[in-house]
Design a protein around this ligand. Structure first.
Ligand code: XIL
Length: 381
């Protein structure tokens, strides 16, 4: 037994015998047993709601949610309330939902989510003020600085006093998918996007409401990739421009198959770089998509998904990640079952394969899957 443990044991016995002698322990024994039982009863076990397991470790678990299903599906609303301590509106805070006409703001669907969050003590993550998709027809990409200023003042201003909205994806997916689509070799920004425009966007946001956490959010950066290299350079540029940036949203739409694995070393290097830059890594849109060649059963597919969740989250938590948001909570509403977003032509052309699109912790009947237990174990370990 290592010295440290010997020391603690010896110290423990000494204290115990002194208390017995003084008679304190006898008198408080009942109270102590009760307290211990209360702690045991309250301390979450692996079947506890994910928000409870996360909170026990000072972390948050949540999901992207839809105001439509919150209002039409009571079982869905109950599941979110039970499992999530933070939620991201799936589309309700995108430009086409909040400013459908120039200067005309609408917040009904986003406010419905904010009200739900207030009722259930859930945080709301604002997604997103600047994105090449989810735009109303009148809006160019990139928007002019004047359009950006009006939008940020309108939308962030509406939630400045919100008790639940505490963070924003100030900009989303600004790095191009590859160098052919990039305007700038160093930062890899999408065509027409200058790094100074993103700097000014963050500065305008800070002038409207610096009480929230500000994130730069992107996908395809979960490893050593062309994209993650440029994402990190953009983070560094913002930091060096004295811009308020608190976190990096790592979307984490992960694709695995029996054909290829995961770039663990590269992912760890991204997490380390972010921690060195003092920009907190946040897991913002996690789902595990098993691509072709598919395993030969749903049972095996669900286990592959569960194993991938556990392995990914173990790496995240080892790098002090404290917020994990899955992109949806149930396969019933996963975005990748929509033909526009299915992982590749194989799935789009073969509806018989759609049953293999099972990227989330709960199934279409809102029943827990091995993936939920894997997430629970990752939070608990
Ligand atoms: C997706 C939604 O889930 C879909 O319902 C919508 O049709 C398109 O956008 N990265 C993002 C999210 O940042 O906003 C996207 O959400 C998924 C990819």
């Amino acid at each position: 037994m290592p010295d440290r443990r010997k020391f603690l044991t010896r110290a423990g016995y000494t204290t115990l015998s002194a208390l017995l002698t003084m008679g304190f322990l006898q008198k408080d024994k009942q109270k102590e047993d009760q307290t211990t039982n209360e702690i045991a009863a309250n301390y979450p076990n692996v079947n506890s709601p994910l928000r409870q397991l996360a909170a026990a470790k000072g972390k948050r678990y949540g999901a992207a949610i839809s105001s439509e299903f919150l209002q039409t599906e009571k079982d869905y609303a109950d599941l979110i309330a039970r499992e999530c301590s933070i939620v991201t509106p799936n589309g309700e805070l995108k430009w086409n939902a909040t400013e459908p006409q120039p200067g005309k703001f609408t917040f009904e669907s986003a406010d419905a989510i904010a009200n739900f969050c207030e009722k259930h003590n859930i945080e709301m993550h604002g997604h997103t003020l600047f994105w090449h998709m989810g735009r109303p027809d009148w809006l160019p990409y990139p928007p002019t600085l004047k359009m950006i200023e009006r939008h940020v003042k309108g939308v962030m201003g509406h939630y400045r006093k919100s008790k639940v909205l505490k963070s924003w994806d100030i900009a989303n997916e600004i790095i191009a998918d590859n160098e052919n689509e990039a305007d700038n070799a160093t930062y890899g920004l999408r065509k027409g996007v200058k790094r100074e425009l993103i700097r000014d966007l963050f500065l305008i946001a800070a002038s409207v409401d610096s009480s929230k956490k500000f994130y730069l959010n992107d996908f395809g950066i979960e490893g050593a990739t062309w994209k993650s290299d440029r994402f990190l350079k953009m983070i560094e540029y913002l930091k060096n421009s004295d811009v308020k940036i608190d976190g990096a949203g790592i979307q984490s739409h992960l694709w695995f198959s029996t054909a290829y694995g995961f770039d663990e070393k590269g992912f760890n290097s991204v997490l380390k770089r972010l921690n060195d830059l003092e920009v907190k890594p946040i897991i913002t849109e996690l789902d595990i998509i098993i691509d072709t060649p598919l395993p030969d059963s749903i049972k095996k597919l669900d286990q592959m998904v569960a194993d991938s969740y556990k392995r990914y989250l173990d790496l995240c938590f080892a790098a002090k990640v404290d917020t994990v948001i899955t992109w949806g909570i149930t396969d019933r509403h996963t975005w990748i079952r929509h033909p526009d977003w299915m992982p590749g032509k194989t799935f789009r052309d073969n509806p018989s394969l759609w049953k293999f699109l099972r990227p989330l912790p709960f199934d279409e009947n809102l029943q827990p899957k091995p993936a939920r237990n894997a997430i629970a174990k990752a939070f608990s370990s």
